[in-house]
Design a protein around this ligand. Sequence first.
Ligand SMILES: [Zn+2]
Length: 164
Amino acid sequence: MKQLWAPWRMEYILNEVDKHDGCIFCELPAEKDDPKNLILYRTAYCFVILNKYPYNNGHLMVVPYKHTGNLLDLSDDILLDIQQTIRKVIEVMNHILHPQAMNIGMNIGRTAGAGIADHIHYHIVPRWDGDTNFMPVIAGTKIVSESLRTTWKKMHDEFVRLYG
Ligand SMILES: [Zn+2]
């Protein structure tokens, strides 16, 4: 269990580095600049965004547009849309990143490790054998940023190819 949940624990730590007022999960989709904001794909009720501080290459989040920290606030339509979007993410990841495994999960509440507790979101982390020593290179922001752009382009193109 410790290893399984390690990726989620990173979120809180790294968001402490990047303090921000307001809610990025509301602000970023509203900016309508998806390449800059690393938004990969949008549906009626949710969007897919690469994690700026990835645990692994391809670490992303599926986020409802609705601002809430409570899963019970989401309608059936939103819940179904999120699950169908997760299925699309898995397909795109398999094609582009060829992971050997994946972590898919959600932290609800700050005590559970949620960095952005007021706006719930699923994490999807592709995993490869031997990747447990991977840590984000906080000092090498430029390298991580270039790698994020490359991953965004590849995955975005596959979303377009498969789902329009
Ligand atoms: Zn929000």
